[in-house]
Write a protein that binds this ligand. Sequence first.
Ligand SMILES: [Zn+2]
Length: 377
Amino acid sequence: MILFASAATYVPWTSAACAIILSPMDKTISPRPLFCGCCQVRSVPRVVLAARRPRGHAPGSRAHARPAAGTPRETGATTGVRGYSPPPPPVSPIRGLIDFHTHAAPDVFGRAVDDDELASLAAARQMEAVVFKSHVTLTADRAWLARKHVAGIKIFGGVVLNHAMGGLNPHAVEWMWRMQGGHGRVVWFPTFDADNHVRRAGTAPAGIRVVDERGEVLPAARAVLEVCARERLVVHTGHASGEEALVLIGAAREAGCDRIVVTHAQFDVVGMTEAQMRKAAALGARMELCALGMLTGPEAPLEWMRHSARVPVKATAACIRAVGAQHFVLGTDLGQTGNPTPADGLQMLVAALQAEGVTREQIQTMGREVPGALLMG
Ligand SMILES: [Zn+2]
């Protein structure tokens, strides 16, 4: 059991923190765009700050009356009038949970919220923690600054080993974890610069490899893993294929790493099968399940998300049942302009999983206990 400090007072929000005008799509679209936080529109100007929902109702009104203990409202059931959205739940459905994968401004891609806004929304829902991820810069320092600005939420960061950080560069990892505050806890192997990613996307003939032609982990990757093991950092497999991820997990265990996560294991760029997930779990790795996968597919409102298959929640729930909740962590991979905020996305994922029969206890395991141990244990 992991004990965490309680978060700030819950203020139900039902509207996004800000409205955004979309800019035209980047003209350099790859032949086969791959989704995740790395693929989408340019930064755009923010134009309108929306108002918060009013806090509560007039005393004495029917809506003001608090439900008795054990009523459906307290357990999160929908009690809204048919055809309308339900009232704000009295208890945040994502209270105490951790989002292992968020993207915020400033960034090289359009983001719906900045670091402080993302953290504020998470704190307002009484979440325990969020992990900031950038494909091109450190986030360990940004986690320190956002913690200074926003109370009631833990924020962690790290480094993604793309070309911007020198690829598989152990020095980047060494300086990342030394950042003041000690909030830099995560090392992602290459994402949009990964060999697997660029070959699938057709954006370059080759990218950063972690495994050679014979299936051996490259020395540079082992050098990174040695630092991760010594400093007990979380190793995220990035955009390696499912097969490559298994090889990397094996090498990570050999190096002494005991905190390993397969980045959005279900997304098509990784494409882990259930059998591969079982193998990864047997090796001690956890698989990340991300809310963004519910929003992709041909019907997606955002053009750049139509090129990747949707990850059906039914399939995710089946995976959890088959492999075991103790082998997963929850994240969103959200923060892009035009998408739900990470806090909204996590709430959406949790509600959808519960509707598919995943229990609240399993949500706590995947959304709190397992990620909490990885980040703070
Ligand atoms: Zn990704």
